[in-house]
Structure formats: C-alpha cells, structure tokens
Ligand binder design. Structure first.
Ligand code: LLP
Length: 418
C-alpha cells in the first residue's frame, strides 16, 4: 500500500497536501513518500526473515539520494549497474559489502573502481567479462568475488521489453557455458566463484516464472556440487510486480512462502535486488493542466509534464492511474491526457474516463516512483523536474528543477563556427 491518500477531498503525500507542495515547488514534480519506502522494504525483509537476505535495492529504478539514504538507513544494500551508480550509492552511505554490480557491458574503469571500493561481488554476464575481471584483479594484486548470472531460459509473462531470462535476450550466461566456466575455474586464479545470480525480468505478477527459474538454478547448483564446486551466495534478482491498474500481484509474503523452501534447501546466503516493489508505488508525478483541446473527434487534456519526464507510457504502453489532486464532482468523460512534446507518443493516457478539470488545476500520475525520474531526459530542451520527499508533516526538495543554465553546462559553439 502507499501513503498517497485523499483526506477532506484533497490528495495528500503522508500528512501534507500535494497542492501545498505544488505551490512551493511549482509543477511538474516527482513526490516520494518516505513512509511507503520503509513499509515496502520492511515487507520484504519480514517475509524473507528466515533466510535474512541482503536486500540490495535496484537503484536503477530510482537513484534519488533521499530514496537511497532512506533505504540504506534501514539496512538496504544496493544493486548497481554503472560507475555512476557506484559513486552515488557510496555518496548516500551504502556499505560496499552490500553492493552487487550487474551490467552486460562493464568497462575496465568500472571494474577497477568497483574492486577498489570493495563491493560484495560482480554479477558476471559473459565469459569475456570474466576474463577481463580476472585480468584486472591480477593487475590490482587481488582476488575478485563474482556470481555468474545464469540465463535460465524462462519466459516471464511481462512486457517484451522487460523480460530478460530467455536466450533470445542479451542477459546472463547459458547453463552450458556457465558450467564450462566453473569447471575451468583454474583458468581464473584471481576470481572467487562466490555464487550464482538470476534475474528473469521485471513487473512479474505471478510466482510461477520465479519458481521455474529457481528450480533451474537449484538443479544447476546440484550439478556444480557433483563437480566439487561449492558456492556461498544465491542472488535471486528483482522483478516483483506491483499494482498499476487492476493487477493482482503476489504479495511479498506470497512470494516468500512460494520460494523460501527452495532457497532454504540451497543453504546459501541469499541476495535480492528488488526495485519497483519498493519504490514504484512510493512516488507520484504531479502535473498541471494547461489546456483542454476538443477537435470534434477527441478531447485532449494537455498537461505540463511530458514523455521526457515519464517515458513508461510511450515506451511500454504502461498504464498509470491519473487522479485530480482535488476531488471533483465534474462528470467524467473519455479523454486523452497528453504532454507538450512534439511526438504522438507523448501521452499519459488514451481514452481514459476523467473529469475535465480546469486550467491550472493539478493531476497526479500515480505509481511513478520506479523508472520515472531516472529515465527522464532533456528532450525538447526541457529541464528535468524537481524531486521532493515527504516524511510525515515535512517535505523537502531533494533535487532541484534543472535551469536553462544547467542544460547548457558543457555545451559550446566550436571556434570554426564563430
Ligand atoms: N536486478 C537486475 C539485474 C535488473 O536488471 C533489474 C531491472 C532489477 C534487479 C530490478 O527489477 P525490479 O525489481 O525493479 O523489477 N524500465 C522498465 C523496467 C526495466 C527493468 C530493468 N532491470 C520499466 O519501466 O518497466
């Protein structure tokens, strides 16, 4: 559940009216609820208490410093995918021993910095990458811990663009190759084969694909055991789905009940990488209505946020609930909610039943905490919007709105054009 609720006809973020925040910071803006973040993290922690997992928040879903700090303060580790994320996680106070690093294309610079930072392990995605980590670890006169990311060839029933666990996708290592890499482990004297990793996709709402994948991984662990290969960690990735519309995803407890027996059987230390489950419903995007346009065929509510601020509808046809920030009795009509960008893909809803609210009034685009701000861009020379966190009665801007000066930083006209 989340802490964006209507009280006295007005949407609140925890105890603060969303309209009060809008007055202070202007629109559009992202708003995150501290309480919701803590609640979601705690739900996973409690559900999996039996195996005391290291819960590495997938910061690709939301890299806001206040969000990171909130989760790190209550014991979260961090799942990173780049040197930028590594630096930001450390800046937020993450314990390097709770950082795992996945990415199909880690560069030399990234590997060096992560080894020096002392991260828990690399999630390795290919044989050449393993050779590279081995080479760099040797150069640094150290040994580096890795978990091989297994591609279990399991289709997760989710959007095509966010399924990862089949061999048609670039992610992970097929079982045959992984087996050969482990058997040839003497070839990698500077590598400690610490574990296996498996992440099959995102926004997965049923437990079956997870169970399927874990069974494959466990079979593989048994094969390795027969070859005398003992592991320390099993990283089960992220991917838990949330409610955007009318999905009925498994709860953290359902998920835990289904997979704990398998996890316990392995006897390995468990690492998890949830992103969306923790932050998805802990954030909203608040936008202002600019115009109503009626072309005789369709009615368009034009708002001040655009696809550059939240690209999920354009990119994945994702559904986000949209609500007026002040409850209204105005009759609902079929509307498109669109942004100001010069693209037909710049929409937040098609043919949605919504009240036509007046210019200047506010709408909240719900469930925007995950893969929202982090995927925003400066398309159309639009500055990124501010991010705000609310905690009880308090709220603060945690990232400023980008100014034109911010956008022009580092850009110049070449001397031969002057
Ligand atoms: N671990 C790995 C290795 C991942 O690739 C991901 C997400 C996660 C963990 C976290 O998954 P989550 O718990 O958040 O489902 N932009 C897309 C989602 C891309 C997911 C990328 N990987 C969207 O907006 O739906």
């Amino acid at each position: 559940m989340h802490d964006f609720k209507f009280r006295n006809g007005e949407l609140h973020g925890e105890n603060v009216k969303v309209s009060t925040i809008a007055k202070k910071v202007g629109t559009p803006f992202y708003l995150y609820s501290h309480n919701t973040l803590v609640d979601h993290f705690t739900k996973i922690e409690r559900a999996f208490a039996k195996v005391s997992p290291i819960i590495c928040f997938a910061m690709k879903s939301n890299g806001n410093l206040a969000v990171l700090k909130t989760l790190i303060n209550i014991g979260a580790g961090v799942d990173i995918v780049s040197i930028g994320e590594l630096r930001k996680a450390l800046l937020a106070g993450a314990d390097p021993k709770k950082i795992v690093f996945a990415s199909v294309g880690k560069t030399e610079e990234e590997i060096i910095e992560a080894i020096k930072a002392g991260i828990l392990f690399f999630n390795v995605e290919s044989e050449p990458e393993l050779q590279e980590i081995n080479r760099i670890a040797k150069k640094l006169k150290t040994k580096s811990k890795v978990a091989l990311r297994i591609n279990p060839d399991v289709a997760a029933a989710t959007h095509e663009k966010i399924t990862t666990g089949t061999l048609k996708k670039k992610f992970g290592i097929d079982l045959r190759t992984a087996h050969a890499m482990m058997k040839n482990r003497k070839k990698y004297p500077n590598i400690i084969f610490a574990g296996l990793h498996c992440h099959i996709g995102s926004q997965i709402i049923s437990k079956e694909p997870f169970i399927h994948a874990i069974k494959r991984v466990i079979e593989f662990i048994d094969v390795l055991k027969k070859d005398g290969i003992e592991l320390e960690y099993l990283d089960i990735g992220g991917g838990l789905g949330i409610i955007y519309k009318d999905e009925k995803p498994q709860t953290a407890q359902d998920f835990a009940d289904a997979i704990l027996p398998y996890l316990e059987k392995t006897g390995l230390k468990i690492v998890m990488e949830p992103g969306r489950f923790i932050v998805g419903n802990a954030g909203i995007l608040v936008t202002k209505v600019l115009y109503l346009k009626d072309n005789g065929v369709k009615k368009f509510l034009i708002v001040d946020a655009g696809m550059n601020d939240l690209i999920r509808p354009a990119m994945y046809d994702a559904y986000h609930e949209i609500v007026p920030v002040k409850e209204t009795t105005v009759k609902k009509e079929k509307l498109d909610v669109v942004g100001p960008i010069c693209e037909s893909g710049d929409f937040f809803a098609h043919d949605r039943m919504l009240s036509i609210i007046k210019n200047g009034e506010l709408l909240a685009i719900m469930s925007a905490g995950a893969y929202g701000y982090v995927m925003s861009s400066n398309y159309n020379v639009r500055g990124r919007v501010p991010e705000v966190m609310v905690k009880g009665n308090k709220f603060e801007i945690t990232k400023n709105r980008e100014t034109f000066k911010d956008l022009m930083r580092g850009e110049r006209i070449p001397s031969f054009l002057k």
